[in-house]
Design a protein around this ligand. Structure first.
Ligand SMILES: [Cu+2]
Length: 443
């Protein structure tokens, strides 16, 4: 839908005149993406009719470099319009890939996205049009931005988690029942990189860097590797300050995490990549399997996970933070639609502008009894507190879970990228229902 806020044409720059200078100055990394209908083989002999980029699900991994311009020529061969959102990237508003900042790309049309990724990390790209259907059908892929001095372990994996609801005929189930619109769609087939419950192998003694994206419509993946410890080394906005050893990590829908996995000592052991119970007033109540890890014969390791990964400077001290805005995630009954998910009482809320250079401290309040993953487009935020308590470590995020009846206080800084932006719940059905808001960043 179009932004119903009154956005001045001057606040979004023309798509094509921003990077001419940069492109002339040096290297440009170029990709070509084409969206089309695909026969998606989710397991040997099991194929569903889906949507893919370049004929595959997930789409190709886009390998970008920090500070090097990226140019992606996108052609839409789908039977419906679409746009591509570059999730987590701090890019110009006009390149954000939403229907607010560009005319949707019609069937047969081409649109070129151009931006220079300023941050190293694990990002992803996905459809931002008719998302509940287009993303379920497979319109997503990983986008990795590498720093010049990237932390390298024995090996690296990019793992995109997803779940798919398949009906009795073996095809993607019909969309849009009332329960699904309320709860968000959780699938009965669990996929890593588009394949149902694959087996990964890791050599005994090795430590690998795993970059994980949760591309599910609504599922919260509470990830465990057979109960074995692993280290969290990064989140949405890249590395955290120091590794944190855990035996599980929660990824709300759209969240990312980077892990150091291993070393495992028992050659021949099989570990389950499992999703532990997480009841968000909906969804799975038992343990579900995403895949397995087989430990293969030992290999020498050169990997070392540094005790210190990076420094994250706090945007504001917790005690000095003055709340500038309250965002309330709510729920309303509707005569016409049965139910609406809303922000500050309004579907597709029109929020106040924010000014470049003015620190934002937002209280995101969940007035409902369900979890909602809050996503801010185009900017990282720091979590100051959850229900008055500081988080266990500092990180840069663009998705944070807001538990039922909880308040999450975040701080973020609008740098000089004026234009139309948005925030929303990343349970796709809630977003579609109206749990989202538009706002402008203005000079
Ligand atoms: Cu939600």
């Amino acid at each position: 839908m179009r932004n119903h806020c009154s956005v001045k044409a001057t606040t979004t720059m023309a798509a094509d005149d921003q990077f001419d200078q940069v492109a002339e100055a040096g290297d440009v990394i170029r990709y070509r993406l084409e969206a089309s209908e695909v026969a998606w083989e989710i397991a040997p002999g099991r194929t569903v009719r889906g949507y893919g980029f370049n004929g595959q699900v997930p789409g190709p991994v886009i390998e970008a470099k920090q500070g090097v311009p990226l140019e992606i020529e996108f052609t839409n061969r789908l039977p419906e319009p679409t746009v591509i959102h570059w999730h987590g990237l701090r890019l110009p508003a006009a390149m954000d890939g939403t229907e607010v900042v560009q005319r949707p790309v019609q069937p047969g049309e081409t649109f070129t996205y151009r931006f220079t990724p300023p941050d190293a990390g694990t990002f992803w790209y996905h459809s931002h049009a008719n998302e509940t259907e287009q993303m379920e059908k497979g319109l997503y892929g990983a986008l990795i931005v590498r720093a010049a001095d990237e932390l390298t372990l024995d090996a690296e994996r990019i793992l995109v988690f997803d779940d798919l609801r398949v009906d009795k005929t073996g095809q993607i189930a019909k969309f849009g029942g009332l329960m699904e619109r309320h709860n968000g769609r959780e699938g009965n087939v669990r996929l890593i990189n588009g394949t149902s419950e694959p087996e990964l192998t890791i050599a005994a003694g090795h430590i690998e860097r795993w970059r994980i994206v949760n591309a599910s419509s609504a599922r919260y993946v509470r990830l465990s590797l057979g109960g074995q410890p692993f280290q969290i080394i990064g989140t949405d906005g890249g590395l955290i300050e120091a590794p944190v050893t855990v035996t599980e990590v929660l990824l709300p829908a759209a969240d990312r995490v980077e892990l150091a996995v291993g070393p495992f000592e028992n050659e021949g052991a099989i570990l389950t990549i499992e999703d532990l119970p997480y009841y968000r007033m909906a969804g799975k109540k038992g343990v579900e399997r995403f895949g397995t890890i087989r430990v293969t014969p030992r290999k020498p390791s050169t990997a070392r996970v540094p005790a210190r990964l990076r420094e994250i400077v706090p945007l504001v001290a917790r005690e000095d933070a003055r709340v500038t805005r309250t965002v309330t995630l709510g729920f309303k009954l509707s005569l016409r639609r049965g139910l609406d998910f809303v922000v500050n009482g309004e579907r597709h809320h029109c929020d106040q502008p924010v000014k470049v250079g003015e620190l934002q401290v937002w209280d995101v309040v969940n007035a409902t009894r369900m979890d909602h993953p809050f996503h801010l487009h185009g900017f990282f935020f720091q979590v100051l507190e959850i229900n008055g308590q500081p988080p266990a470590w500092r990180s840069l995020e663009d998705v944070i879970n807001v538990p039922p009846q909880a308040t999450v206080r975040i701080a973020w800084y609008p740098d000089d990228r004026p234009g139309s932006w948005m925030y929303h719940c990343h349970i796709l059905e809630h977003h579609a229902s109206g749990m989202m808001a538009h706002f402008d960043v203005v000079r």
